[in-house]
Design a protein around this ligand. Structure first.
Ligand SMILES: [Zn+2]
Length: 354
């Protein structure tokens, strides 16, 4: 274990990344006394997830568990035989129900006999993901994509992706302990405020320690990429982008500009408010592209995907997220009165700028 760079106070507003080099495999970096950072590999273009360990009495609280596959189990085993030898995990906090975060919760809880701590909605959503893949749900997703003009072969790919991706979890622990927005929890001598937010997940948990100005932002505010904000068939009219932007607005008004942000992916950074502004602007820019494209003639979501996502070709995994994200922008703009929906006799939704 080694400290790679000192944490220095930020100048207001400037984005800075004090640890440009992330921990490699079987490496652990100490960010602050009793705050450790390591990474687990993901089999996607986004190829890693951050895990944090916080000193907690005679043990450690782990934040997120990694993807539920054999590779991650092998990587954890090497860490617990190596740099984390004799580390006792006494509590696992999982920020949200996505498989790169909750995936190995069952394995960690089983190994350390520690409690799993989550928000109620994210625990139940994790249980829902484990149960998905029924024919009824696949059919609902197929009809949802059809209404948005996606062709059948793409839909098949997307459904294949959803099955693969969301099932990559070890068995979810049968019980959990709930944390909710506004709770205060102690981890070691630090006090953390629990903040939850929608958009990327339904009720994602973030933790803020005011005394140390440490903000564990999960996937809500990432350092260099924009978190996926999607709509799926289970709630076709969901305004996830509206929820996400509301959460960002709340974070920017309640947290200080000079907090050290520890995100779920990427590297720790300073400049929270600047990053939040960039993320909000990024979504507004996409809304602008959609508004322009829908001014002349009504468009389907499928027709708008290439308008917004230029980086082709997308693989099936990315295409799934791109479609879900595009529809999130549509629903937000419908909510804001910037688009109207038209349904013609073919049953496909088309959108026109107001
Ligand atoms: Zn993630």
């Amino acid at each position: 274990m080694h400290v790679k760079a000192p944490a220095i106070q930020s100048l207001a507003g400037i984005l800075r990344y004090p640890w440009e080099t992330p921990p490699g495999p079987n490496e652990v970096v100490e960010l602050r006394p009793g705050v450790l950072w390591l990474r687990q590999v993901l089999p996607f273009q986004l190829n890693h997830v951050n895990i944090y360990l916080l000193t907690d009495g005679d043990g450690w609280t782990m934040i997120d568990s990694g993807f539920g596959n054999e590779e991650t189990i092998a990587a954890w085993t090497a860490l617990f035989d190596g740099p984390l030898k004799n580390f006792n995990i006494t509590r696992l906090i999982v920020t949200h129900s996505h498989p790169d975060h909750v995936g190995l919760a069952g394995w960690i809880v089983e190994r350390f006999k520690c409690p799993l701590v989550m928000s109620q909605v994210e625990y139940l959503q994790s249980a829902y993901h484990q149960m998905r893949g029924t024919d009824e749900r696949k059919e609902a997703q197929r009809l949802f994509f059809r209404r948005h003009g996606m062709d059948e072969s793409l839909t098949d790919k997307l459904l294949g992706r959803g099955q693969d991706y969301l099932k990559r979890v070890s068995t979810l622990p049968a019980s959990y302990r709930r944390i909710s927005h506004g709770d205060e929890i102690s981890i070691g001598t630090r006090r953390f405020k629990v903040i939850t937010g929608g958009g990327h997940a339904l009720d994602q948990v973030m933790l803020y320690c005011a005394a140390d100005k440490l903000f564990l932002s999960a996937d809500q505010v990432l350092s260099k990429i924009s978190p996926n904000v999607s709509v799926w068939a289970v709630e076709p009219d969901q305004n996830s982008l509206g929820e996400y932007l509301a959460s960002l607005a709340s974070l920017t008004t309640t947290l200080p500009y000079d907090a050290l942000v520890l995100p779920g992916h990427g590297v720790p950074f300073y400049g929270l408010k600047t990053r939040i502004k960039q993320l909000a602007d990024h979504h507004e820019e996409r809304c602008g592209m959609i508004a322009t494209a829908c001014r002349e003639a009504p468009k389907t979501s499928a027709e708008l995907v290439p308008v917004v996502f230029h980086k082709y070709p997308l693989d099936a995994h990315q295409t799934g997220f791109a479609a879900g994200e595009l529809i999130a922008h549509i629903n937000y703009m419908l909510n804001e009165g910037r688009l109207v929906a038209q349904q013609q006799s073919d049953g496909i939704l088309r959108f026109l700028s107001t």
